[in-house]
Ligand binder design. Structure first.
Ligand SMILES: Nc1ncnc2c1ncn2[C@@H]1O[C@H](COP(=O)(O)OP(=O)(O)OP(=O)(O)O)[C@@H](O)[C@H]1O
Ligand SMILES: O=C(O)C1=C[C@@H](O)[C@@H](O)[C@H](O)C1
Ligand SMILES: [Mg+2]
Length: 161
């Protein structure tokens, strides 16, 4: 069974995914890292040099070819409508959720995330839009608010049964 972690930037998909893979003794891939390795450049440079649309196509292709058991996706993984259906047909989808302000405090000023460079109000409305899509797509919503990543991992494992 594959486990896909989805959620907004700063939710902790990469952090929790790595820990979860250790607890479950499963293979792990961070999709953002895979994209950077396969393309030989940083995500911020792909955005700058090729544009967001090219990045989104690369991201969707990388998602479909990874064979890891636990996958930390990027915050914009549901950019194409068809990706939600593909994900649900290929594994268990866990939405890591926290209120926007908490996530914003984790990502503000981070230059490695090109989307996080948007102004506060644009990020807030992006969160509002994506939150509904994450919720509709996920099999489980797990809180990452005021919680250590280790607690989130325990919660995920208990939901998986
Ligand atoms: N539970 C937590 N409590 C506090 N800070 C956290 C928690 N989980 C992650 N962080 C911090 O928030 C930041 C973002 O975490 P991480 O990179 O794992 O998020 P992400 O969901 O993978 O983001 P992205 O979508 O940009 O890849 C990091 O600085 C990390 O240390
Ligand atoms: O939320 C987003 O749109 C993104 C999140 C990151 O994980 C990266 O995939 C990239 O910076 C875009
Ligand atoms: Mg990440």
């Amino acid at each position: 069974m594959k486990i896909y972690l989805i959620g907004f930037m700063g939710a902790g998909k990469s952090t929790v995914g790595k820990l979860l893979s250790k607890s479950l003794n499963g293979t792990f891939i961070d999709l953002d890292q895979l994209i950077e390795q396969e393309n030989g450049k940083k995500i911020s440079d792909i955005f700058k040099e090729d544009g967001e649309t090219v990045f989104r196509k690369i991201e969707a292709e990388c998602l479909k070819k990874t064979d890891a058991q636990i996958i930390a996706t990027g915050g914009g993984i549901l950019y194409f409508d068809e990706t939600a259906e593909w994900l649900r047909g290929n594994g268990v989808i866990i939405y890591l959720h926290a209120p926007f302000e908490e996530l914003y405090s984790r990502i503000k000023g981070d230059r490695s995330r090109p989307v996080a460079a948007k102004p506060y109000k644009d990020l807030k409305s992006l969160f509002a839009k994506r939150d509904g899509v994450y919720k509709r797509t996920a099999h489980h919503q797990v809180s990452v608010s005021n919680r250590l990543p280790e607690e989130t991992v325990k919660d995920i494992i208990s939901r998986l049964g």
